[in-house]
Design a protein around this ligand. Structure first.
Ligand SMILES: *[C@@H]1O[C@H](CO)[C@@H](O)[C@H](O)[C@H]1NC(C)=O
Ligand SMILES: *[C@@H]1O[C@H](CO)[C@@H](O)[C@H](O)[C@H]1NC(C)=O
Ligand SMILES: *[C@@H]1O[C@H](CO)[C@@H](O)[C@H](O)[C@H]1NC(C)=O
Length: 206
């Protein structure tokens, strides 16, 4: 039996392979390349979470690019293009600033939901004890994968951000990911999957 870590590594390798070849329904290569202006540098933030709830519980809430209320209560005020079709744009309010984001790739399957988007720069105040933070553009990929025979979901986030304050960027983005995904899971009573899949999910048990 593979360890959870080995299974995750295989899942990531598999997804990497499917995304770099041309997959049906998706001929938009995912690019997280962002170019930073002078005095701004790329940071990357990677987070992953695993919860005891099937994939559809998450995608019912996260499955629309035009509705991001689950992501730190961000409000989408205006959209262009067609929801969930690359090239679609959304903008709205976030922490006193205005975000403008463009969907760059999306893949929806019965066992996975993967999308990427680019965002324009904005400055915001991360919290009462923090200085204003400027993001000079960012790109984010989110992957939701069905695991444990459909009983659990693995979520993987990779964010690249141009900023002149990398330590604060890392803290803010990582905190935002954790609070958003834990909050999302809690909203329908899903708990963190701490170790291996539940026993009943194994096919080799008779
Ligand atoms: C956005 O999604 C949330 C959570 O699923 C839902 O409660 C809300 O009604 C949706 N908003 C719009 C404008 O569809
Ligand atoms: C977005 O719409 C909400 C609700 O209509 C409003 O309160 C908010 O000020 C708007 N934000 C922006 C950035 O336009
Ligand atoms: C972001 O979108 C709003 C419209 O929602 C627009 O007024 C604003 O100019 C845009 N900002 C950038 C940097 O494109």
């Amino acid at each position: 039996m593979l360890s959870t870590v080995a299974r995750r590594a295989l899942a990531i390798v598999f997804i990497g392979l499917t995304l770099t070849s041309s997959v049906q329904g998706s001929n938009h290569p995912i690019s997280n390349d962002i170019e930073c202006p002078a005095n701004s540098h790329i940071s990357f933030v990677h987070n992953s979470y695993t919860y005891n709830a099937p994939l559809h519980k998450f995608t019912e809430i996260t499955g629309s690019f035009f509705n991001v209320s689950w992501y730190d209560n961000a409000i989408v005020n205006s959209t262009t293009g067609t929801d969930n079709v690359p090239g679609a744009k959304r903008s709205g309010g976030f922490a006193g600033a205005i975000f403008n984001e463009t969907l760059t790739a999306v893949e929806k399957r019965s066992d996975a939901y993967i999308f990427s988007y680019h965002g324009k720069g904005f400055t915001f105040i991360p919290g009462p004890s923090y200085p204003p933070l400027r993001f000079d553009g960012y790109a984010e990929t989110m992957r939701f994968e069905s695991i444990c025979g459909g009983k659990a979901t693995y979520i993987d986030l990779l964010s690249y951000v141009c900023s002149d304050n990398q330590p604060l960027t890392y803290t803010v983005w990582s905190t935002l990911h954790t609070s958003s995904f834990d909050g999302l899971a809690q909203s329908f009573g899903a708990t963190v999957l701490a170790g291996d899949c539940p026993q009943e999910a194994h096919c080799d048990k008779n």
